[in-house]
Structures are given as C-alpha cells and as structure tokens.
Ligand binder design. Structure first.
Ligand SMILES: [Zn+2]
Length: 273
C-alpha cells in the first residue's frame, strides 16, 4: 500500500529514504521491503522522473506499490515548481517535497505555502520543504553553493508553512563528499529545540553510521540516500561485465543484487538507535 512519511517513521524509528534512479533500483527496494516485510521510503527527483518516464510511474511503480501488502512511501523529491508538484500528485505520489530553498526566504515561504495548499487539497499524505540550502552535486549538477539553516528563519518558516517534515542544511551536501563531512551539531540541536516536526537530512551518502545515529537523537527522522545506490548500481554492472557476462538480463540482475546488498547494510544502521 502507499502511505506517508509519518506512517513508516517515528523519532524511535528514523528511516532512510532511497532515491530511485533506475528500474533495477526500484525492483531491488520493493523486493527487499517485501522479503523483510519492512515499510520503505523511496523517492524520485524531477530529473529521474523525466528519465524513467511518467508512464513508468503511472503504469508500473504506483500500481505495484499500491497493491503490495507492505507499506511504501512514494515521495517526490525536490520539486521546484507548482507544476512539478501537480504532476507528482497526478501520477499518484503519496508524499511530496517542495524545494524553494534556492529562493529568498520570503519567496520560499510563499511558494512552499502554495505547494502545501495543493498537497493538502489533494490529500497527499506528507509534505516536506527545505529551509537553508543543501547544495552539492544534486543529480550530478555541480552546484557548490550552500548555506546553513538559520534558526530564526526556520522558526519563521514553520510559523507560516506548517509542513510535516523539514529539511535543514547543517553541513550536509548532496553527492559525494570530498572530505568526511563535519555536521554542525550545535546548529542541529538548536533547530531540534525550536522545530516541533521531524527534520530531514539530505545528502546522507558519506556520513558515518555514528553521525547518522547522533543526528537521529536531534530530531532527524528521515535521511536521504541517493548517491550510495547509484554507486551500488554501477558497481553491480561493472563487476558483471568484467566477469565476462554478456546477457543484459543477468547484468541488470547483478545491479539489482548490488543494490540489495547495500540495503542489507544500510537498513541495519538505524535499527535500535
Ligand atoms: Zn536532496
């Protein structure tokens, strides 16, 4: 079945959200969740929504998740326009992130409030927005700019846009970190102190398990993993081809297995935090 972020996560049970960037990744996550009877959060950015195609979501992803006995969240990641939000709603996404973090605060508030209104009207199960700006190589775009979330801006944002989940920028970044990231713990703690809804950490790939656990003690309830699954997918393909495999179905199976192995590892990290 399809559901929202609060149905599959809690302060005691923080969760990873996995980015969909391939058919193999989708199958790996669904099959892993069903084999372990474990609800899963998967999310897709506008870029990979375009790549995989509307009809793939409409005819494959949404019906497959909807008829499963396991709960899945299908979350739209980083929608940057109301049209994108509307498109996600129409395709059957159960949860939406609107990202106005590239805008000045006032415009971010305005645009996020509009997106939230659309989602509430459409009975979307959960809504996430971002304050501060998590930069980095989101979907491979080399954008270096990022700025840390300011506590008073986050408070003002929440007063005007009562979102369900709030993404914050505390030293995290998208893509592959060049150096091990140093998260700003004082800032995260200050945000946790004044923000009553669960926090979201984007750019989880490269952050250590110890830091994940520490973050979840400070209000983080959703951690996004994108790059890690892309790397697993590529590693699976590369190993299969290097071993001389030439049948595409077996090469794709190797990519799927490699992603499943990553899930075996990551899904253990946040249990009993
Ligand atoms: Zn992100």
């Amino acid at each position: 079945m399809l559901t929202g972020l609060s149905a599959v996560s809690s302060p005691d049970r923080p969760r990873f959200a996995y980015n969909l960037t391939s058919v193999e990744g989708f199958r790996a996550i669904v099959e892993w969740g069903e084999a372990h009877r474990m609800p899963m959060i998967m999310q897709c950015s506008e870029r990979y929504l375009r790549d995989l195609g509307d009809t793939y979501f409409e005819n494959v992803v949404v019906p497959r998740l909807a008829r499963s006995e396991v709960a899945f969240v299908l979350h739209l990641d980083h929608a940057t326009s109301l049209q994108a939000v509307q498109a996600g709603i129409q395709l059957g996404f159960s949860s939406v992130m609107f990202d106005g973090s590239g805008l000045p605060l006032k415009l971010n508030i305005q645009a996020s409030a509009d997106a939230l209104g659309l989602c509430r009207q459409a009975r979307i199960a959960s809504f996430e927005a971002e304050i501060g700006h998590v930069g980095g190589a989101e979907d491979g775009d080399d954008e270096e700019t990022r700025y840390l979330t300011r506590v008073e801006e986050a408070q003002q944002f929440m007063a005007e846009v009562p979102v369900d989940f709030l993404a914050v920028s505390v030293g995290n970044a998208h893509g592959q970190y060049r150096m091990p990231p140093k998260l700003h713990w004082d800032l995260l703690e200050a945000l946790h102190h004044v923000i009553s809804v669960p926090l979201v950490l984007h750019g989880g790939t490269g952050i250590s398990p110890a830091d994940f656990r520490r973050a979840t003690k400070l209000g983080v309830q959703k951690i996004n993993l994108g790059t890690e699954l892309k790397v697993a997918w590529m590693r699976g393909l590369a190993l299969a081809m290097e071993s001389g495999e030439r049948e595409p179905d077996r090469i794709r199976s190797a990519a799927k297995r490699s992603i499943a192995e990553t899930l075996d590892r990551t899904e253990r990290i946040l249990i009993d935090v």
